[in-house]
Design a protein. Structure first.
Length: 715
């Protein structure tokens, strides 16, 4: 389970688009950026709506199975939070064992699906943050025999997108069928076990103490697409549901010492389980977990005490009968001794039963005290976590402030020992020479910022931020406003649109797109705004939507000839050009042009290199396709298209191969800003191109690390 919601986007997202191809994998961690790496491209979610979600399957392996049950907590990587957040208390849940490929159940949610209920779950000694932050507290609804894959596969056959991989989201029909099948294999939670003839099967063993608890393996219940990412041989190991719970070797016998053992074990369990379970990212009320388990322990203790009492009575009756028979064969003195022994045994039995009741009462009182103590501790932990979040935010703000001050210092140093920093507003900066940088990701945070970047001075000026964080979006200028549309927040896709007015420094909500989508392209033409292609994690789009300000809504217009996700598009001489991208099967080298006079798309010459998540700009009435991802790696190549010649030619490559960068042209110079190299390496440099002069690499102290952003020039 990688932490990372994230949104699987191409190069991040394309791995969700198709299974079995070697693609660039992107999973956005709750605290880390998406990681492109060579792995099988898989589809992560069905994107069921909340009212369609009937149940959810979680995953585990040997070393994490017991911890899932003991802590009553299931988790998945952050990218699965898109549907985990739709889990409400009572929703049926199941646990899939990747080693033996068995499905365990029936569980149900005891909380809402949240991020980081236990921020340090399934890690070695809690020394690092969990890799599985999409979490939900659980309880056992019905203990059942596990299902083999050949048993449950027909029920969820629609979820299999390749031979051994399936979606974790279940609709209501699938959930009901799975529950029916498991219920037919239900295990009775308790049965009568006569004295000296049966063993007591304890399904509620106490948690190990913190000193002996083993978490060296860490929690690894990965999503199906990640089962070969961080695990030996690409598989998980786990024990069969409840089969790993030990059965007592001694014959069943309830004594005061055993009851005391349960009391001590329960106390250990409570103290062990009082780890921080509140989200670091959301403000939630502290919750008491393990309630059902404790209640069941108490019920079982009472049942056992009553059974012992009944058995004592039965035993005494049997002894009385035997005493009557002996009266005919033994002398009075012997009979008196037997009856005296019987009386003593009756007293011992009565003592034992009353002692059990007393211990149970004491145990109940202690458990109530533990609950109160746990609630207090969890409340304190929640407060500490909230303070930690606030401190981290302040630190990040200070870092941003320092970076901006450093970018301005070169313009305000008058003496070596006397540094006077002049605010950006007071610098003589020409707004026509700036590039607006929209949203993105800086390696730690998804951004809502809108910054005006002056590349010639390497100075950034922040203006009014957007209403929400936004990445993988598109931006275009229409009239005197900047429009930003689509994209996502690291957890879900957007259909929202908002516009920025530089004069008033204000954002205004606009009509939403017809579809939620990201990694789309945008352009303005003829007083209309066009949202081109993109995808939603399940499918790639060839659709084109057009915003008509007179109608006040987006309308569908002529679709492209090919589906294109992570494409690039620009307007040139009254036509829109769309290049490259990903069609759900492969990266593309093709390109096409939309002419509004013909109201149709026409295929033009193809590039020589496949590329997606690249940049496309216009310089001297020619198109420059820069960098991107070719299906196996980031490429530095540049291709130039001259509409008058109708062909592409190779240009000078950029110095650093990158994709998901921002690019714009200012005063006849092409600037490529930020982006992503291989792995999680976010670029903090800017490259500048001048015809005849080639590419120059600059380290930007103003921009810093940034990727998945959009760029636009106000004309």
């Amino acid at each position: 389970m990688l932490p990372h919601y994230s949104i699987h986007f191409n190069y991040s997202q394309t791995r969700r688009m198709v299974a079995g191809r070697k693609q660039q994998n992107f999973i956005v961690n709750g605290n880390a950026p998406p990681t492109p790496n060579a792995a099988n491209c898989v589809v992560a979610t069905r994107n069921l709506r909340k009212n369609q979600l009937g149940g959810v399957i979680f995953g585990c392996k040997n070393t994490t199975y017991k911890e899932c049950l003991f802590k009553q907590l299931f988790g998945l990587p952050a990218q699965h939070f898109s549907y985990v957040r739709n889990i409400d208390p009572g929703l049926p849940l199941f646990l899939f064992n990747y080693s033996e490929r068995k499905l365990h159940g029936i569980f149900e949610a005891a909380s809402h699906g949240q991020m980081n209920i236990n921020p340090y779950g399934w890690t070695t000694d809690g020394s690092e943050k969990t890799q599985y932050p999409a979490q939900v507290q659980i309880r056992v609804r019905m203990q059942c025999q596990p299902l083999l894959e050949e048993q449950f596969r027909p029920i969820i056959s629609d979820n299999y997108y390749c031979r051994n991989h399936f979606w974790f989201e279940l609709d209501h029909v699938q959930t009901n069928n799975l529950m029916s099948l498991l219920a037919s294999l239900a295990v009775s939670p308790s049965t009568y076990m006569p004295q000296n003839t049966a063993k007591w099967r304890n399904i509620f063993l106490p948690l190990p103490s913190s000193g002996t608890k083993k978490e060296d393996e860490g929690f690894r219940p990965l999503a199906p697409e990640m089962e070969q990412t961080n695990h030996t041989n690409g598989k998980w190991e786990t024990d069969v549901f409840f089969d790993d719970i030990k059965v007592a070797d001694d014959e069943w016998k309830l004594s005061a010492s055993e009851v005391e053992h349960f009391s001590q074990s329960s106390s250990k369990s409570e103290s062990t389980d009082c780890a921080p379970f509140d989200s670091l990212e959301t403000n939630v009320e502290p919750k008491t977990t393990g309630q059902g388990e404790k209640d069941l322990i108490l019920i079982k203790l009472k049942e056992l005490a009553q059974k012992r009492k009944d058995q004592d009575v039965s035993l005494m009756d049997n002894v009385e009968d035997s005493t009557v028979m002996k009266e005919a064969h033994i002398e009075d003195g012997v009979l008196l001794r037997e009856q005296t022994d019987l009386s003593q045994r009756k007293e011992d039995g009565a003592c034992s039963s009353s002692g059990c009741q007393s211990i149970i009462s004491k145990l109940i009182q202690e458990m109530e005290e533990l609950r109160t103590f746990k609630a207090e501790q969890c409340g304190k932990m929640s407060q500490m976590e909230q303070k930690l979040i606030a401190a981290e935010m302040e630190i990040q703000q200070l870092k941003d402030r320092c970076r901006k001050l450093e970018s301005l210092s070169s313009h305000s140093v008058e003496h070596v020992n006397e540094v006077e920093i002049e605010p950006a507003e007071e610098l003589q900066l020409d707004p026509t020479k700036s590039i607006f940088l929209v949203g993105g990701y800086n390696g730690q945070l998804w951004l809502s910022t809108l910054d005006s970047y002056f590349p010639s001075d390497d100075v950034i000026k922040s203006v009014q931020p957007m209403s929400s964080v936004r990445s993988y979006a598109s931006a275009a200028q229409l009239n005197d406003e900047l429009y930003v549309f689509g994209g996502g927040d690291g957890y879900s896709w957007y259909d929202t649109v908002e516009s920025y007015n530089p004069s008033s420094d204000q954002w205004t909500p606009c009509p939403s797109l017809k579809e939620q989508k990201g990694s789309l392209a945008g352009a303005a033409l003829g007083g209309k705004l066009f949202a081109i292609g993109g995808g939603n994690g399940i499918q790639c789009f060839s659709d084109v939507e057009m915003l008509d300000l007179i109608l006040g809504r987006w309308i569908s217009t002529r679709s492209m000839l090919q589906k294109r996700f992570a494409l690039a598009a620009v307007e040139l001489n009254g036509a829109i050009y769309a290049t490259g991208g990903y069609d759900g099967n492969d990266y593309l080298k093709s390109a096409e042009r939309f002419d509004p006079r013909e109201h149709s798309w026409t295929k033009i010459a193809s590039m020589s290199t496949k590329r997606g998540c690249h940049s496309l700009v216009v310089l001297d009435e020619k198109l420059y396709a820069i960098g991107g991802f070719d299906g196996t790696k980031m490429v530095p190549s540049v291709e130039i298209y001259d509409p008058r010649m109708g062909s592409w030619m190779s240009g000078e490559p950029i110095n650093q191969a990158r994709g998901y960068a921002a690019a714009a042209v200012v005063e006849g110079l092409i600037y490529v800003i930020g982006g992503l190299r291989a792995g999680e390496d976010i670029v903090d440099s800017v490259e500048c191109y001048e015809e005849g002069g080639g590419w120059q690499l600059k380290t930007s102290t103003a921009v810093g690390k940034r990727c998945f952003l959009s760029a636009i020039i106000f004309k």
